[in-house]
Design a binder for this molecule. Structure first.
Ligand code: PLP
Length: 390
């Protein structure tokens, strides 16, 4: 580690460090705040309930939703399961087709697989080599099969590549063909401007730990909450949409983190500029370097980069020795890293797919974070390329 340098956590897409405003709030919350069941009728319960309503208003405002469209839950995986269950776990459901894209997160893929085992057909829409879903293919499917489609589930931004999907166009198509549209917005919200009502989506999700709030908190956004069938029954909390005593401390942190994002989102332009400079410098230094999804619109804070032939895990270890924490998106099988399903869907070859490292920062990043990461990557690539005799 360089003397005097600070640790850089560059895995915000994996899990964000709680926002400074959240940390400050929590440092006194346990001494000052109330603890009670928000559904209790005594004074403490009512105080918590009132606090939760205030948080709901803050979240609704930042997310461009009505307060009744906000359903607090435990995170994105729960929200995704709730949407699938509400639409598909219904014996009156006559439509028997689910449409997803080839780059969905396992939370969507595994939900689809489950309903496939329950006699639903799953149609997978491919992406182009930059990782953007092929809208024309989606339209073909909608044209042919709209009457039989129970759900279109296509994400807003990909967790590995940061590639932003044309969700507004997808919404319009789904509206045109009168099909329900759920978008996995887990990586999009808190990293990009988002307005639920303007998005045209029927459902969207958010995970607290991706936006700088507490892990175990989250939001399901529902256009028509009166139509949602609960996935967890409990005592009818969240207006009957999601049972179980609410995680009110998590909810408090959601409101704080989203409010902080709203105040900070003007930093997105600067963040994008720094990321583009960083990528440009890397490409000038190493001619073979590949930035995945380079030509597509991507989240301001995400880069997925590979040096062909050099394993990502080797690079990750080198960076970690410099106190910089990144991830690779490849899984390891028999000690040999494999190209992730997302990258395979983009036709990325194995020598690149095995080499990727994901650098994902936050909007409030340290101004010289990319410079430090650049130097560390330069050292890592030089060292590993020499060992490989490039
Ligand atoms: N969807 C996407 C795109 C994600 O990146 C993740 C988490 O990595 C999830 C869903 C699931 O989120 P959680 O594990 O917080 O429920």
């Amino acid at each position: 580690m360089l003397k005097g340098s600070y640790m850089i956590y560059a895995d915000f897409n994996g899990s964000a460090i709680p926002h400074e405003a959240v940390k400050a709030y929590l440092s006194t919350r346990f001494e000052k705040g109330y603890f009670a069941n928000p559904n209790a009728i005594h004074g403490h319960g009512q105080k918590i309930l009132a606090g939760m309503s205030k948080c709901r208003r803050t979240c609704a405002k930042v997310l461009g939703a009505d307060t009744n469209q906000i359903i607090f839950n435990s995170g994105a995986s729960e929200g995704i399961s709730a949407v699938f269950a509400s639409l598909l776990h219904d014996k009156n459901q006559k439509r028997k087709t689910i449409v997803i894209s080839s780059i969905e997160h396992s939370a969507v893929v595994n939900a689809s697989k489950f309903y496939q085992s329950q006699d639903y057909e799953v149609i997978v829409i491919p992406v182009n080599s930059d990782g953007v879903v092929k809208i024309s293919e989606l339209e073909q499917v909608l044209k042919k099969k709209a009457q039989d489609i129970a759900l279109v589930s296509i994400m807003a931004a990909n967790n590995e590549t940061g590639v932003i999907q044309p969700y507004q166009e997808i919404s319009k198509l789904c509206q045109k063909y009168q099909v329900q549209y759920f978008s996995d917005t887990t990586q999009f919200i808190g990293k990009h401007d988002f307005n639920f009502q303007e998005s045209g989506m029927d459902y969207a999700v958010l995970s607290g730990h991706k936006v700088g709030a507490l892990i175990g908190s989250g939001i399901l956004l529902v256009k028509n909450p009166e139509k949602l069938r609960p996935h967890i029954f409990g005592g009818g909390q969240e207006n009957g949409c999601r049972g179980g005593t609410q995680n009110y401390i998590g909810i408090e942190t959601l409101a704080i983190a989203l409010d902080a994002f709203e105040k900070e989102k003007n930093k997105m332009g600067l963040c994008l500029e720094r990321r583009l400079n960083f990528e440009k410098k890397l490409k000038e230094k190493f001619k073979n370097i590949v930035i995945i999804g380079e030509q597509a619109p991507r989240l301001a804070s995400t880069t997925l980069v590979a040096y062909p032939g050099i394993h990502g895990q080797g690079v990750q270890i080198e960076l970690e020795s410099q106190d910089i924490f990144v991830t690779t998106s490849s899984a390891c099988s028999d000690n040999e890293p494999t190209t992730s399903k997302v990258l395979k869907a983009m036709n990325v070859t194995d020598d690149i797919g095995r080499g990727v490292v994901r650098i994902s920062l936050c909007l409030g990043q340290n101004p010289d974070a990319y410079d430090r990461i650049y130097s560390a990557l330069e050292n890592a690539y030089n060292k590993l390329a020499k060992i490989k005799n490039y």
